[in-house]
Design a protein around this ligand. Structure first.
Ligand code: NDP
Ligand code: 2IT
Length: 445
């Protein structure tokens, strides 16, 4: 790392103790930014990096609720409003027991650059709670969401901060959150949340957008090697919103997706995953992935273990951070891997990224490859602002255009900085320069 940047990075780490994932995300971005500061000393003079690493506002709050037995439960809620240089804070809410400030800050930090890459007018933020929705009834989830919004509502708004979904937050949760916002404020402010239901302000394609976008980005990478998804053997991790839609899109382009996972284990379906059955099991029945193997013949279920043991030509990690380490990466490379598209945020450890890049594997980092979700959220905001709703075809065409554009700009930036094919460099520099220019223009705030 450039020595000037390393000193700033060390200060950031010391100022934010115990936040390992935030440290990791900051370090990875800083490793790319040396050459930009050679060209733009004004960014150093204006302390752009120091300001970028200090969120504009951080909100931490108590979320009390009662479970179905009438017992009082207390969780912690977060919203980190990281950077508003390009637009209102924008980013998802994550409900998972592992959530703490370091997770929310890593996600919020990544979101700044991701959102800049989309070319849409959105700043970066993230939030969530250590609430565990697993095994909770709809009524419990509703009471939790209502309590969460009873504090959050005063910090968000169409022009201020626009949350959406992430792990553990999907259409059901966004519905309860929106209802409570509307009730408290007496405003039908559609643009305050994205990922809404289609009949009440949501956008077609938003549910599919992250997984579809990841595959579209990966397809663009494959094209640079004269190939495509057609005939590829694909492994996807996770079996949630992003994973399911990545499976669907990859198979629609002619790939065979032979495996996917949840936090308990993975399935191997050599004939290619039956997407309709997977949706039924995960989205309708809210069952564990193991159930898929019970209902479909010819499928093996492996309890525990790593889905990355399954050989693939394309890997799409779509579960969570640091789910793919250096050893798993080395195994995938030995097994003939051609490309990785990160549907999740920071799923590959820094060791894994190094293994992929050293082996010449096409590697699309999350902040570029999974930007289709938030980009389509911005399209939802556009539709809300104009009180309009677009067709599936039109919205999907816009998503495709945005993903192809992100691929192009990452590739062009990597070329410009003398490291062709390095999408990590391209994404980090491309996103950073847009935000840094806007921060310079807006003065010391
Ligand atoms: P979901 O809650 O729909 O699904 C999450 C999936 O990942 C589940 O299969 C879950 O398994 C698995 N998972 C979660 N935590 C772990 C863990 N600690 N270890 C192993 N598996 C785990 O979330 P999404 O699909 O929305 O999100 C997946 C990833 O994509 C996240 O990294 C998210 O930040 C990222 N992302 C999401 C976007 C969106 O629009 N939703 C946009 C851009 C990125 P289990 O059920 O067993 O917990
Ligand atoms: O990580 C992400 O980009 C998301 N969870 C989606 C955020 C959004 O505002 O749609």
């Amino acid at each position: 790392m450039d020595a000037r940047l390393e000193a700033i990075r060390d200060t950031v780490l010391a100022r934010n103790p115990g936040e390992a994932e935030f440290h990791q995300a900051v370090t990875e971005v800083f490793e790319s930014l040396g050459p930009v500061h050679d060209r733009h000393p004004e960014f150093l003079e204006a302390a752009i990096l120091e300001r970028l690493c200090e969120p504009e506002r951080q909100i931490i709050f108590r979320v009390p609720w009662t479970d179905d037995e009438g017992r009082v439960r207390i969780n912690r809620g977060f919203r980190v409003e990281f950077n508003s240089a390009l637009g209102p804070y924008k980013g998802g809410l994550r409900f998972h027991p592992s959530v703490y400030l370091g997770i929310v800050k890593f996600l919020g930090f990544e979101q700044i650059f991701k959102n800049a890459l989309t070319g849409m007018p959105i700043g970066g933020g993230k939030g969530g709670s250590d609430f565990d929705p697993r095994g909770r009834s709809d009524a419990e989830v509703m009471r939790f969401c209502q309590s969460f919004m009873t504090e959050l509502y005063r910090h968000i708004g169409e022009y201020t901060d626009v949350p959406a979904g992430d792990i553990g937050v999907g259409g059901r949760e966004i519905g309860y959150l929106f209802g409570q916002y509307k009730r408290i404020t007496n405003r039908y402010e559609s643009g305050v949340l994205t990922g809404k239901g289609i009949s009440w302000g949501g956008s077609l394609v938003r549910p599919e957008a992250t997984g579809f976008g990841t595959v579209i980005f990966t397809q663009e990478m494959l094209k640079t090697r004269g190939t495509s998804f057609d005939g590829q053997r694909v492994v996807v991790s996770g079996s949630g919103n992003v994973a399911i839609n990545a499976v669907a899109k990859a198979q629609s382009l002619g790939a065979t997706v032979v495996a996917c996972s949840d936090s308990s284990g993975y399935i191997v379906d050599p004939a290619g995953i039956d997407v309709a059955l997977l949706r039924q099991v995960k989205e309708v029945d809210r069952a564990r992935l193991k159930e898929y193997s019970v209902r479909r013949g010819g499928v093996s279920y492996v309890e525990g273990g790593s889905v990355w043991d399954v050989d693939a030509t394309v890997a799409l990690p779509c579960a969570t951070q640091n789910e793919l380490d250096g050893d798993a990466a080395a195994k995938l490379v030995r097994n003939g891997l051609l490309a990785v598209g990160e549907g999740a945020n920071m799923p590959s450890t820094r060791d894994a990224v190094a293994v992929f890049q050293d082996a010449g594997v096409l590697f699309g980092p999350g902040k570029a490859a999974n930007a289709g979700g938030v980009a389509t959220s911005a399209l939802e905001m556009q539709q809300n602002a104009s009180r309009d709703s677009w067709s599936f075809e039109h919205t999907e065409a816009r998503l495709t255009e945005i993903m192809v554009g992100i691929h192009h700009s990452c590739a062009a930036t990597a070329d410009e900085y003398g490291d062709p094919g390095n999408y990590v460099l391209g994404a980090n520099i491309g996103g950073f320069v847009k935000v840094a220019d806007a921060m310079l223009a807006q003065g010391l705030i």
